[in-house]
Design a protein. Sequence first.
Length: 447
Amino acid sequence: MGEHREQWSSKLGFILASAGAAIGLGAIWKFPYVTGTNGGGAFFLLFIAFTLLIGLPMLIAEFVIGRGSKKEAVTAYKKLAPNSGWTWIGKFGVLGCFLLLSFYSVVGGWVLTYTVLAVTGQIIGNTPDYGALFGMVTSTAWIGLLGLFAFMLINVLVLSLGIKNGIEKANRFLMPLLFVFFLILVARSLTLEGAGEGVRFFLQPDFSKITSEGVLYALGQSFFALAVGFSCLVTYSSYLDKKESIPSAATSVVGMNLFVSLLAGLAIFPAIFALGFEPTEGPGLLFIVLPAVFAEMILGELFLALFLLLFLFATLTSSFSLLEIIISAFTESNQSSRKKVTGYTGLVVFLAGIPTILGFGLLSNVTFFGRPIFDATDFLVSNIMLPLGCLFIALFISFKMEKRLMEQEFLSGNGLAKGFFSLWIFLMKYIVPIVIIIVFINTLGIV
């Protein structure tokens, strides 16, 4: 057939890129605030359970579909299930990625704005009230629009370079540095006076604080944090060499994700209680607590600037994966048009993010189902569309994809016994869809 497609240069490059897709706003920004508003330790325990029992099998499923088809998300389902309704799974994923980017890129703009403020020395020392600073950044329309525009411009510039020269090179350098600075932040947070109460809140489960909606949030967070459900990693794994082990790569990504979530909790919650903040602060939690923690450190302004730079890079690596699935859907048959499609896609996402920005100011009174624009979009994507996307993929694996091809992809590149493949199939066919359905029914109040 003569088709030439880019490939990751190594398994490490693929793992770091996949981890980069997962370890961004999901693990660093969103995890602390949803944990704080949903009971602390009990939520964290549910999140771990859902990640291992549901998220990991789902991650393997997306890798199997992607490498088994060697196509991006939309074309992958067309190739594996031609002339059938299953092809809508890929289109559903593209729509979901677009909606997710419409608010994710807004938060990315906040991160970029805070990075600029920290680098220029305008946060620690100059801002006694970090909550007021966050309110000013989010409610001032021109600041939000400028941050959003700059964030999307960076995405467009990197993704126009392609896989090896863009995404992989960035992740190889940035991800290890992020871990190092996170460890520094955790060490300082844990040594603050009164930090022990925050550690207990985060690691000591109290299931009386968990509601049915909290269970749904834990399930949604496990999908959001791993970037599964919208077939983003179907696209990424389509560039993976056949000699690499899919279960091994997926386990590495999940392990890194859980580790970063643990670090995020240990960095944030001890500081919250030590410095007198509330764990239920919401989306602004990270932006309010981080400066306060670094203010307690020697050379705090410098360390805050460096950490925010790395946080920005982690945010970008996640947005790369979301934008890539949209770009790939339109450039699979014509790679020469990649730069043009990337530019147009970035522009459309920028326009889609404008209502979210205005939702913190001019449109603050506009609500959907009792939620402001930002929260409504987040809830729709994270707690409705992502679980549905995972359910669709689980059903596709269970009832449509050829078992021989799945087994071949699962076992390729490793010495795993066939028993592990049978266990994965069992989880995908019975555990994953049943858990998703039960959580949904419970949340809707039917049972």
